[in-house]
Write a protein that binds this ligand. Sequence first.
Ligand code: GLN
Length: 563
Amino acid sequence: MSETAVKQGHPKGLWVLFGTEMWERFNFYGMRALLTLFLVNSLMMKEADASLIYGGFLGLCYLTPLLGGFIADRFFGNRNCIMLGGMMMAVGQLLLFASASVFSTNLSLATTLMWSALGIIIFGNGFFKPNISSMVGSLYPKQEKTKLDTAFTIFYMGINIGAFLGQFICPFVGDVKDSGGIRDIHAFKWGFLAAALAMLIGTAVFYFLKNKYVVTPEGKPIGGMPSGHETGDYEEGESQKAHFTPMSLGLAVLAFLGLFAAFHFLTEGDNVVKTIIYPIIYASGITLAGLILSDKTLTKIETQRIWVIYIVSFFVIFFWAAFEQAGSSLTFIADNQTDRNFFGWNMPPSMVQIFNGLFVVMFAVPFSMLWDKLRANNSEPTSPFKQAMGLMLIAISYFIIAHNVKDLGNNGLLAIYWLILLYLIQTFGELCLSPIGLSLVGKLAPKRFASLAYGVFFISNAAGYALSGTLGSILPATGDKFKKAEELGINLQDVLDKKIVPTEAQLKLLSDNQISAENPVFAGFEIHNLYEFFMVFVVLCGIASIILFLITPILKKMMHGVK
Ligand code: GLN
């Protein structure tokens, strides 16, 4: 490519990465849309357990990028890791296809296949995700780094066009109900197969086009095997990599084990995702954060900036915990207590979350133009302020929906338009918080700690997803459960209100139909209905937002001039 072409536009490689990531996100979000419904309807799990698995799965998908990034940097290079991750995810989707094909004849085999599939996808995602994002950055030579914000906005569009397509096609073929509203529980497999094909296309796009387009302006390949000597565009005199003493690494291992044990023993219940996986995620985040701070070479300013990353990371946990209800509790509500008539068409429940991707595609550019405009007037809010706005918006979205479900009772239906409004406001929140968070970490972290700081930031996303699982699992009984119980001759409301004590036989009947005989409890509060369920998110995100707003001036000082 000629010099001028590079200077004026974006390198063609960006479009290759855009296309690859688009297909990969198609595969990821398409599968995510179906996962919980598949677990409940085909693998006969309770909704609460499906939500916990979903949270644990997503959480681990954001923990493994640390490993994938490390392996790429030290051993395989970005390109190989992207190929490997893509192939692994395709295999994982094919295993889900197999699971969804055999469950009716062999439930235990189907369950084993499902666990293996999720495990492979988790590691595949870990190899793929950090490496494709870092390649976007590597496409731009040092003097072109000002284009990075736009490049990432374009890339974020690719992510969400993929999410949109996946959340359309996979539910379209995989989440099928007949005119009487009875679900075809054998259709999920087609959704997983579509996801597998998308991932194969993405991997092929990358494989065939990378050598021609994903290159430096001089035509040298980007993201090849690590050469052993640093070629990054770091500041003169600043070391590129962190070096920890064996002593501090040893202490970190001990801290991890201690924290893991603490979280493990503090968690109630016997669900392994909750008692093992979530503690691993929380303990890794805190340990890594501590490890960075233990470095003696950090100056006072660097330390303060790192603290800003940590504080922001802590607050975004609540955002993702609320946001990621999309594939669990909000999908269950769309399935069981929503009038999904969308301009005369009965939309599949797993497709309702498509509005997030759609709205990102519509509003990502207007939002970045808004920030540019405010910047030109010198009135652009600081990053922590935008994060607080994101949290406030998500609290508002749940507040609106909480008030709409207040009078629904056990069998009233929520109109789909309220869910669409919820996704619209949440998307505005996402656009305030998500792309900005990534660039904030890049600007605040000292270069030698950049990848590790990103690691902490990603783990905070992972922690948010783990929390989303816990929160999704406190969804109280929806309309379908009351109806089913009535068919079984049981007044579920009276059982939940403890007005009647069910017999052993009735308890078994309820449990066989995946209905809980008790209301869920969160932090000591019993959740009686959907209104109280949604208010949990309003309170958590609202309080987080207000505190973050209040400490913004302090954070601004601690950022020492970084905008
Ligand atoms: N939706 C975006 C993606 O899939 C961002 C998710 C996140 O940062 N947690 O990449």
